[in-house]
Design a protein around this ligand. Structure first.
Ligand SMILES: Cc1ncc(COP(=O)(O)O)c(C=O)c1O
Length: 700
């Protein structure tokens, strides 16, 4: 690799401007009769691995003098945006189109040419997209070198949105190791406490003393010479030691906060305002309502989604480490294989007066995967598929009542459990579901029991056993089944002649290709799928034993759009890819890594959480009275770092270990901030949006 890169394939760019807030005109300040920037450029002439050198400054009048100086020195000077340094940087290099770019800042008159060569070599030899000695700093502040591919700069120029990313050129690269191959170049001794940059007047005093001592006898003095001088004159270290590293960058992060404030004026928020006026409840799914995250901050709408990336209406890009389309997108967004099958179907026409044969292929496939099942009906959403299953069970048994555990959708049969009770559904995923509009005569037809509490079910059956049409439950969700629970449920269903309906809408296709009941050795009479089955395209399936499913013919279950072609086409492509990739194994591994990471960072920062869920459907809850505030702050700070994140995580096949590492690195920092916010009592003040809501509540 090294041999194929010629010297001219590497160009160094020094970004500089005269107007610095902390030390005005610093780059033009004189040392031994020469401006600081000239001394730096002299040193850069000795960098061996690149021969192209240019200065990128602003088009403000204050930088005219800098341009003139470059002209005198014979150094190319490009002038561009003052604040959008990334744009300035990119345009400066564009005409040269080198293979690699070296980024240097113009306040470093002690720049080390040998070190710059070493980082260039390291980047090229390691075939990194980006390498620098600042990721894990071991060199003095002021010897910073960043080397990256021009192609990467081009990509970042298009994608980076945050003010800090535009002003500091490279954060978008090193903050996304899941996208870019990032290399960290480190020295043998840690000298990162030394400050050789020129930002403050004390910095300038130090550099001047060094130059006055070393430059006259040897203009080519090197880093070792400076260190020797420090040995001889230890008092020099104290000159500027009170200043921290990277204050400029911290200021830029503050600007990001302000940009989060600007979020309020963004397209995302203005569409939300319109939705509030026009759409009762704002969204069609409670779990995607922005108040469930943090109203005013959560972007709520997307313009584009691909893999694990989502772009909001302002074009801001996020890595989605949240609810993965609330479990629908098990493979990832816009999966190329599924989309290919779907676009072919679109081209062929998706609906006609005749039926689509794909539904027969899908029915065969589902029965092949679940050999106990013989017949299948299709719908398009989870809740309606559950309503179909319950209708079939009622038709088959001739009975009305249902015992259930967990959440199963919005339909009357389910919400009936809350008629005239104090929130019977409260223990079943969602609190506060109001049965307004559900006929009161359905009171006493649906009875909840808790997972792993066989006695709850026995209590129901002792009163309603002979009237029970179905027992409805998820095979697994938050807890593993305790010994005997699932067998006990099966036995009770058999004794009563009730239909055992297993709701696989969330659990299915997570740990294996098919229903989770197969892993748990649970024998259902009916199993219901949706969500993951279509990887984002609407499809629901009710599969079951032949005699029971035949009861669908004795009642009326029929709908126009259940006959279209896209849903079954997407489901077939999803199942085939899921099977081929052994996706379940990956989803579990990713989920486990997230759960372990949450536990580790929560412990590290003393922010207690409770972690639960099967690994592909993981979640955590902040403990403490301020949980709703801390959750909203977590969401806000993670958005700030480019992640869609909340307290639930649904793994997708497109999630990689790198996504998890990048997420956990960001979450680690955010948990540190949460701990601080709690300590200083300022968490609520830090919220740009509103605290998170839980459960179902009217939106006002
Ligand atoms: C277990 C379970 N059943 C049913 C449903 C309802 O599905 P849908 O939202 O597609 O109507 C859900 C949705 O979250 C679910 O998790």
């Amino acid at each position: 690799m090294v041999d194929t890169i010629s010297k001219s394939d590497v160009i160094a760019v020094v970004q500089a401007r005269v107007n610095s807030t902390r030390l005005p005109e610093k780059v033009l300040k004189n040392i031994l009769g020469k401006p600081v920037i000239q001394l730096q450029l002299e040193r850069l002439e000795r960098v061996g691995r690149c021969d192209g050198l240019l200065v990128a400054t602003s088009d403000e009048r204050s930088d005219d003098e800098l341009e003139k100086l470059c002209g005198m020195l014979g150094v190319e000077c490009y002038r561009g945006s003052l604040d959008d340094v990334l744009d300035r940087f990119y345009r400066a290099i564009l005409p040269h189109k080198p293979e690699y770019v070296v980024r240097l800042t113009g306040d470093c008159p002690l720049a080390d040419p040998q070190l710059i060569d070493e980082v260039i070599e390291y980047c090229i030899e390691g075939d990194f997209d980006y390498a620098s000695n600042t990721i894990e700093p071991t060199y003095p502040d002021g010897l910073d070198v960043e080397v990256f591919k021009f192609s990467v700069l081009e990509e970042v120029w298009k994608e980076a949105r945050l003010p800090s990313e535009r002003e500091h050129v490279t954060p978008f690269i090193y903050n996304h190791p899941e996208i870019f191959r990032v290399g960290s170049y480190k020295g043998n001794i840690d000298l990162s406490h030394l400050r050789w940059t020129v930002d403050e007047s004390e910095d300038f005093e130090l550099v001047r003393s060094i130059y006055e001592e070393l430059y006259p006898p040897n203009p080519h003095f090197n880093t070792a010479d400076v260190l020797n001088l420090f040995e001889k004159r230890p008092e020099l270290r104290a000159v500027n030691e009170k200043y921290g590293r990277n204050e400029g960058f911290e200021k830029a992060l503050m600007k990001d906060r302000v940009s989060m404030e600007n979020q309020r004026n963004s397209k995302n928020i203005s569409v939300q305002e319109r939705a509030r006026q026009r759409i009762p409840g704002m969204t069609q799914l409670l779990s995607k309502r922005p108040d469930q995250f943090s109203l005013g901050v959560w972007p709520c709408y997307f313009s584009k989604a691909r893999g694990v990336e989502v772009w909001d209406l302002d074009g801001k890009r996020y890595i989605d480490m949240s609810i993965g389309g609330i479990g629908a997108n098990v493979l990832g967004y816009a999966d190329p294989d599924v989309d290919l099958a779907v676009t072919e179907a679109v081209k062929a026409g998706t609906s006609s007066s005749l039926n689509c044969p794909e539904e027969v292929e899908l029915a065969d496939l589902l029965c092949e995967i679940h050999p106990w099942a013989e017949k299948v009906r299709f719908a398009r959403t989870g809740g309606e598929s559950m309503a179909i299953a319950v209708r079939i069970a009622r038709a088959f048994t001739g009975r009305d009542k249902v015992a259930f555990c967990g959440y199963h959708g919005w339909h009357d049969w389910y919400l009936a459990a809350n008629i005239g009770t104090e929130n019977a559904l409260g223990e079943h995923l969602m609190q506060g579901l109001d049965p307004a509009g559900v006929p009161k005569c359905l009171a006493g037809t649906a009875f909840p029991f808790r997972y792993n509490q066989l006695n709850d079910l026995k209590d129901i059956t002792s009163q309603h056993g002979n009237d029970l049409a179905a027992i409805v439950m998820e095979p697994i969700r938050n807890d593993k089944p305790v010994e005997g629970f699932l067998d006990g449920v099966r036995e009770i269903a058999d004794q009563l002649g009730a239909v055992l309906i297993v709701d696989e809408i969330s659990a299915g296709f997570r740990m294996n290709t098919g229903g989770a009941h197969m892993l748990l050795d649970l024998q259902p009479d009916i199993a219901v799928f949706s969500k993951a089955l279509g990887n984002g395209y609407p499809i629901g399936a009710v599969i079951g034993k032949g005699d029971i499913m035949d009861a669908a013919q004795s009642t009326f279950i029929s709908s126009t759009y259940w006959t279209e072609r896209i849903g079954p086409t997407a489901a077939i492509a999803t199942i085939r890819k899921h099977q081929r990739m052994n996706a379940g194994e990956h989803l579990v591994a990713i989920g486990n890594a997230m759960q372990a990471g949450w536990r580790r960072i929560a412990d590290k920062h003393g922010v207690p959480i409770h972690v639960g869920g099967i690994p592909p459907l993981s979640h955590f809850a902040f403990e403490g009275e301020d949980a709703a505030v801390i959750k909203a702050l977590f969401i806000q700070l993670m958005l700030d770092k480019g992640f869609l994140a909340s307290t639930s995580f649904y793994s997708m096949y497109a999630h990689s270990e790198e996504h998890v590492s990048a997420y956990l690195k960001a979450a680690d920092e955010v948990f540190g901030e949460l701990a601080n916010a709690r300590k200083t009592g300022c968490a609520e003040n830090m919220l740009v949006g509103e605290r998170s809501t839980t459960g179902f509540k009217r939106l006002i």
